[in-house]
Design a protein around this ligand. Structure first.
Ligand SMILES: [Zn+2]
Length: 306
């Protein structure tokens, strides 16, 4: 099944084909007021998506353009340049650990260009592409080819050692097409790197329907298994997962040990009127223990063709 907006009103799971779907409404604690999103979740594989969509693709581009140019003043702390630079350094550590022939990089969805700039300062030759790119920030910076637009503007035949999609795949109308398109820019043996929120994480389960993942502009809610499935469908066969979240001050490790009974007891004592919610969360966290990489709230996967 092609994962795309074209099928977003599907009555079956867009990843595994199950018809066991669960519908609910959620609102991220850090989203603007009245940002209820309607979510469909597969009971079998726990893939989820937003339907109906709150924003059109064009509305999302305009929102991000504002966020990059006002440096996060009207948005969440994620867009603050100092924070983005700390994230960029962790992302840079990860890509630097991948074996590559040279240091050429295409950053699709480059946003404010902070990762591109950090990579260029570390010797990478970077092409940064984003329809909402803050071009004034990047113009005339050495080692950077800045494109406010799409990958269609890249010189034909130009290939890269690494193509990055940092926090992009959850926003686009057609994730599978994006993966297939991005792979066309890879040299033989090059790596496609994808980072996105982990829907199958203990963090998301614990956060309930107010978890940060439920943003207006998040169309798709992935897990390492669903992204790997899309990558395999596009011919990728070798994978490396980051063993930590590429965010400063984030804890968590790959393996989630499961919920503790003493925490359950404390929650019940603190708020006994929500007994059912506490028990339900505990049961869901017990289930999350079986998920691969459930201890990681945001995951990063690098993939290449063997
Ligand atoms: Zn499913």
């Amino acid at each position: 099944m092609k994962l795309s907006d074209k099928f977003i009103d599907s009555k079956i799971c867009l990843i595994c084909g199950s018809n066991e779907l669960y519908h609910f409404t959620a609102q991220a604690y850090d989203a603007p007021p009245i940002s209820l999103v309607d979510i469909t979740e597969c009971k079998d594989c726990t893939f989820a998506w937003q339907y109906p969509l709150n924003h059109t693709e064009q509305q999302s581009i305009e929102i991000f353009e504002t966020a990059y140019t006002d440096k996060g003043k009207t948005q969440s702390g994620y867009f603050i340049p100092e924070q983005k630079l700390k994230i960029a350094k962790l992302e840079l550590d990860f890509i630097s650990s991948l074996p590559t022939e040279n240091k050429t990089l295409l950053d699709i969805g480059a946003g404010a260009g902070i990762f591109a700039e950090a990579a260029a300062e570390n010797g990478w030759s970077v092409t940064a592409v984003d329809p909402a790119l803050d071009i004034n920030q990047l113009n005339n910076k050495p080692g950077i080819n800045a494109i406010k637009g799409t990958t269609g503007q890249i010189h034909e035949g130009q290939l890269f050692d690494i193509v990055t999609l940092w926090d992009v795949i959850e926003h686009v109308t057609a994730p599978q097409e994006l993966i297939s398109h991005a792979s066309k820019f890879l040299k033989k043996g090059g790596w496609l790197v994808i980072e996105t929120g982990n829907y199958k994480s203990s963090d998301r389960v614990n956060g309930g329907k107010k978890h940060w993942i439920y943003q207006n502009d998040h169309r798709w809610y992935f897990a390492p298994s669903s992204v790997q499935y899309l990558l395999e469908s596009s011919g990728f066969s070798e994978f490396i997962h980051s063993e930590k979240v590429l965010r400063p001050d984030w804890t968590g490790s790959v393996n989630y040990a499961g919920p503790s009974c003493s925490n359950l007891l404390k929650s019940i004592i603190k708020n006994p009127f929500s007994l059912f919610t506490h028990l339900n969360t505990h049961a869901n966290l017990t289930k999350a223990k079986e998920w691969e990489m459930a201890g990681i709230g945001i995951f990063t996967i690098a993939a290449r063709v063997c």
